[in-house]
Design a protein around this ligand. Structure first.
Ligand SMILES: Nc1ncnc2c1ncn2[C@@H]1O[C@H](COP(=O)(O)OP(=O)(O)OP(=O)(O)O)[C@@H](O)[C@H]1O
Length: 796
């Protein structure tokens, strides 16, 4: 009210309104805002019900302090008093403007909106209220409530001095001022509006044709706003200056509050207010935000929204009732032997500490000053002999600790169940893209790593040491953490028996080539096609990422979820693809370079687009794990191997030959070696999990990889010599020189894509330079040397 008074005063003296600024804290604004907002609503309720109950409540007004008397007003005596004060003794029906203004003020304070426009609302709101009050004053004799006492008195006052006609003219003038100044209505605008209306509906508005002559296209925008402005005219107020800004800044959505904002009477903070409101509203118009508002973020899991993750109960607890037992006697015995052995070699120990793991106990030794570490390292075999145990590993020094570690296998090894690894908080709370729990470390901590960060994994170990269990543990981890929409597996299993169980989840989790029956690949020839298809998928994904300006699959999928990418442009949610090859040695032996090349290519490039490789082999020899493969697989797991050389091949250091088998493994991600006891998951458990998943609603088919037409697909021999590839001659020379008819050779030597190399091979076959396709073997070269080749081609 104070503000209201201030305003009326300033306007009568033809001055601009004084800027009133309350320095309220955020909390105070919220409290004040909500109070005013609710007060406004209360006024509204009391006013409305006053019209129905004012007669009945007359008597209560004089006995407000009497609790026994009840009023009929919705707000009881308080409401009756308010209604009487503002409507009967005040402004009549126009008092509603006051309720609206109070509510609006509460809203402004609550949301801490700029107050400048609020002043304009109050200024014009009071004028509108007085106007209506005086206007209804004409009808006071019939109904005193319409104009209230103020309306009646003012009307009477005006009529005493100006007469009835004069009063009507004054009211008309004020109305014109309001329309012209506050609503910026000009005859042109009205004309345009009416002509549009007339054209649109062609009805009664035809009468107003004199206004149609006003044509001005520059006002088109304002036209759009006209209906909105009209609707709100009774409650809103504005300043006279800056008419252009008033109508243009906000089209329809910002609605009254925003479009009025610029009109405040003083110019000081004017621009800031416009910027703030207009820009906020523009952002809302963004299509992706709107889509997200309307439909929420894209949820890739929606198609299988009822999918249930397997429960922990499906896994067996192998350690039931058998917590980690510390055998004091064994510890003491081992300690004494270590100390004695070292003493024999004149090595004194300052301190020794033991950490008991599931299969191995780590003795950490701090030697006396002056002892050379290499001396202890050289005693590895002697210590093993004195402890009469297999699998002693000496870590000298333990990185980051300044101690020397001696790992000694426990007499009674304990199985680490997959159940405990999956149930561990470390795995459950892992915020990783592709979390894997591999087992437990020597300090009994669950070991969790992110496959997406590795980004590929090489696994090696002699037969029977736990590789297949390790692969199952990895796959199980992903099944427990990832929805079928988020990850797909491509399984290659030349042994044909290890991964067959996963067939049951084909339509949930597996990916395959189109037109193939079995999703799990057991045939080596098909592996080549699948690998090449993955390369095509990789290229396609890179194109999508480039188009979406995303650097990796995570960013891409995040954008897709936020509906920033249009599916009509080929964008789709990209699941991670995990390629698992169980017996790599077998594959390399039968298909050689044909597999190595695409694998190397995938390993080099696929990390960013979410294709991850897990390659396991029994024979970690250099012709299986070649330099190029090794270079691209920084993360490695070594189960027990038979020789130091194998250990070096897989880990670049010894150690894997000293493991004890049965899931005892070393993990490295490029630097430190971590000894982990692999979690044990047995075939029946995997079967239960796959049964559980397989029995649920699935996608119509396995995830389809892009089609790849292999060499066997293009054996048409009627290729015209003129249609030959530009590199045909060079390719023929490469093939004849190497005496090896394979497309991958051409790819490498001539840096070609798979498809082009395949086509050239077909052309070479048509020209009689190489023989027909022979499955996984390279084609036979039918020309013995370059001379013979040139002769043959010249004779064509
Ligand atoms: N983490 C483990 N904990 C306990 N025992 C294990 C573990 N891993 C493997 N074993 C034991 O070792 C046996 C052989 O394991 P697995 O079949 O995984 O060997 P592998 O390396 O895959 O052999 P192959 O290469 O011949 O298939 C299992 O049947 C199991 O008894």
């Amino acid at each position: 009210m104070a503000r209201k008074k201030a305003k009326t005063k300033t306007t009568t003296s033809q001055k601009k309104s004084v800027k009133i600024s309350f320095k309220l804290s955020k909390q105070q604004k919220i409290v004040l805002g909500s109070f005013l907002f609710l007060l406004g609503i209360a006024l509204m309720f009391s006013f409305i019900s006053y019209f129905f109950s004012w007669q009945a409540d007359q008597s209560t007004l004089n006995s407000l302090d009497d609790r026994s008397i009840e009023a009929q007003n919705w707000l009881n005596k308080f409401g009756a008093a308010l209604g009487n004060f503002f409507i009967y003794e005040g402004f009549g029906i126009a008092a509603f403007a006051l309720a609206v203004l109070v509510t609006l003020t509460g809203f402004y304070y609550f949301f801490d909106r700029p107050k400048k426009s609020l002043q304009a609302y109050w200024f014009w709101g009071i004028i509108v209220m007085l106007w209506f009050s005086v206007f209804f004053g004409f009808f006071s004799e019939r109904n005193a409530l319409l104009g209230g006492m103020v309306g009646f008195e003012l009307n009477d006052f005006l009529q005493d001095y100006l007469g009835l006609i004069g009063t009507i003219l004054v009211l008309a003038f004020v109305a014109i001022v309001y329309f012209a100044v506050r609503l910026k209505l000009t005859p042109e605008l009205v004309g345009q509006y009416l002509s549009r209306k007339r054209n649109a509906i062609k009805t009664e508005f035809n009468d107003n044709d004199e206004e149609v002559s006003f044509e001005d296209t520059a006002f088109e925008k304002d036209n759009i706003e006209l209906p909105v402005e009209k609707l709100i005219e009774e409650e809103e107020e504005e300043d006279l200056e800056e008419p252009v800004l008033k109508t243009t800044p906000t089209p329809v959505p910002p609605k009254p509050v925003v479009s009025e904002a610029p009109k405040a009477e003083s110019d000081e903070d004017f621009e800031i207010e416009i910027e703030e409101t207009v820009e906020e509203e523009e952002v809302e118009e963004n299509l992706s935000t709107k889509l997200v508002q309307d439909f929420g973020e894209f949820d890739p899991t929606l198609e299988l929204s009822n999918y249930k993750f397997p429960s922990i109960e499906l896994l067996k607890d192998y350690t039931q009732g058998q917590s980690i037992t510390i055998d004091q006697e064994e510890l003491e015995e081992n300690k004494n032997r270590i100390v004695d052995t070292l003493k024999n070699y004149k090595i004194d120990i300052a301190h020794i500490k033991a950490t008991v793991g599931p299969t191995v106990t780590l003795y950490e030794i701090v030697p006396e000053a002056g002892v050379r570490i290499s001396k202890i390292k050289n005693l590895e075999d002697d210590i093993a002999l004195s402890l009469s145990a297999l699998g002693i590993r000496i870590i000298a020094p333990i990185p980051g600790k300044g101690t020397i570690g001696i790992e000694v296998p426990n007499k009674n090894a304990r199985i680490v169940s997959m159940r405990s690894a999956i149930a561990s908080p470390k795995f459950q709370n892992a915020e990783m893209e592709l979390p894997l729990t591999l087992g437990k470390t020597i300090s009994n901590e669950t070991f969790v790593v992110d496959l997406a960060k590795m980004p590929h994994l090489l696994m090696a170990g002699a037969t029977g040491q736990g590789k297949s269990v390790g692969l199952n543990a990895i796959l199980t981890s992903l099944l427990y953490k990832k929805h079928p929409a988020e990850v797909k597996f491509v399984l290659v299993d030349p042994k044909k028996v290890e991964l067959t169980l996963f067939n049951k989840i084909e339509r949930h989790y597996l990916a395959k080539l189109p037109d193939t029956e079995e999703a799990i690949i057991t045939d080596n020839a098909k592996v080549i096609n699948t690998l090449n298809s993955l390369c095509i998928e990789m290229d396609n994904r890179y194109d999508l990422l480039k188009d979406a300006m995303a650097r990796n699959i995570k960013e891409y999928n995040a954008k897709f979820r936020r509906r920033k990418l249009n599916p009509n442009d080929g964008h789709k949610f990209l699941p991670y693809i995990v390629l698992v090859i169980d017996e790599f040695a077998d594959l390399i032996m039968t298909a050689g370079k044909e597999v190595e090349t695409p694998i190397a290519r995938l390993a080099q490039l696929a990390r960013a687009i979410g294709i991850h490789l897990i390659v396991a082999t029994q024979r970690p020899s250099v012709n299986v794990i070649t330099g190029i493969i090794k270079a691209n697989f920084p993360a490695r797991i070594a189960f027990r191997v038979t020789s130091k050389i194998d250990s070096r091949t897989i880990l670049d250091s010894q150690g894997a030959d000293q493991l004890i088998g049965r899931g005892d493994m070393l993990f490295t991600q490029g630097n430190d070696l971590v000894r982990v006891q692999c979690a044990f998951v047995d075939t029946p458990e995997v079967e239960k999990i796959t049964d559980f998943i397989g029995s649920q609603k699935a996608y119509p088919d396995a995830h389809l990889l892009p089609e790849y037409v292999g060499e066997e697909g293009g054996t048409s021999l009627d290729i015209d010599a003129s249609d030959r590839d530009a590199l045909f001659m060079e390719a023929a020379e490469v093939i004849v020189t190497a005496q090896q008819g394979s497309a991958s050779l051409l790819q490498r030597k001539l840096k070609l894509g798979y498809n082009r190399a395949g086509r050239i091979i077909d052309q070479l076959e048509a020209a009689g330079i190489v023989g027909p396709f022979e499955g996984s073997k390279a084609r036979q070269v039918l020309v013995s040397d370059l001379n013979a080749l040139h002769q043959q081609l010249n004779n064509e």
